[in-house]
Design a protein around this ligand. Structure first.
Ligand SMILES: [Zn+2]
Ligand SMILES: [Zn+2]
Length: 250
């Protein structure tokens, strides 16, 4: 897929000097998408149609619910619920029609499986996740393009903390279509070097964190260990706990 490469968001993310620039950028994108979903676009018919069809996953539903636009969220949910109610009623009618048709010859009735598959389609999409996937695919490509072509970016990258494990996986997946085999290997080596050194530090701090619960270590200083659990979780799974990696300006 060809993208117009807007390098500014990736440069900005590097300047935040967070634990993972892509986690920061992902969270910024997420906050913007929540704002957009609840903003003026609530009244746009195509936005309503997209939300009606997809709805939102649990995480994004929570963020929409906790957002400032209570009426906007209620309007979205009202038309989404109407759409889902119609779909469920249709499903119920189909189930009722099949109720008495047992598959006697084969000894089993696959109605439940069919209904389960249809219910899955009503719960497995998210309007925010889908928008974020599109943005993040572009940012991953841009990140690798900058690494490949910009000496300034390489200097900032070398001075950074690298990226978390899931974002490294995504970068390397993207690199297959962006970098030569030699470049892929070089990038993988650099990023794994960051990641292993960082995880070794986090694990050492985490180990000390657990030892601090031993009464014999009570008087010893915490050192860097107080944030070790959050740092380790976020390093291995991408940011999901502790201080947000990006906060919108007030
Ligand atoms: Zn990350
Ligand atoms: Zn989602």
């Amino acid at each position: 897929m060809q993208y117009h490469l807007d390098t500014i968001p990736v440069w900005e993310a590097m300047e935040w000097k967070s634990e993972c620039p892509l986690c920061s950028l992902e969270h910024k994108t997420e906050l913007e998408e929540i704002d957009r979903t609840l903003g003026a676009s609530v009244m746009e018919p195509d936005v309503r149609v997209r939300f009606n069809e997809r709805g939102a996953c649990r995480r994004h539903q929570q963020m929409l619910f906790n957002g400032p636009n209570k009426l906007g969220h209620a309007l979205l949910m009202d038309s989404h619920a109407k759409e889902r109610l119609a779909a469920l009623q249709k499903l119920q009618a189909a189930t009722k029609a099949r109720k008495n048709i047992k598959v006697r010859w084969f000894g089993r009735d696959d109605t439940t499986e069919t209904t389960a598959a249809q219910l899955k389609r009503l719960t497995d999409r998210c309007v925010v996740c889908e928008a974020m996937d599109t943005h993040m695919a572009r940012y991953l490509t841009t990140f690798l393009h900058l690494w490949k072509t910009s000496a300034d970016f390489r200097a900032v990258w070398k001075d950074s903390k690298g990226v978390c494990l899931p974002h490294l996986q995504q970068l390397l997946e993207t690199a297959r279509g962006t970098l030569s085999a030699h470049e892929q290997n070089e990038f993988a080596f650099e990023a794994l070097d960051f990641l292993t050194r960082r995880l070794a530090d986090d694990e050492r701090d985490l180990s000390w964190f657990t030892q601090k619960y031993d009464y014999r270590n009570q008087a010893q200083p915490w050192g860097e260990s107080k944030t070790a659990v959050e740092r380790t979780v976020n390093c291995l799974r991408g940011w999901c706990v502790g201080t947000e990696p990006y906060t919108a300006p007030k």
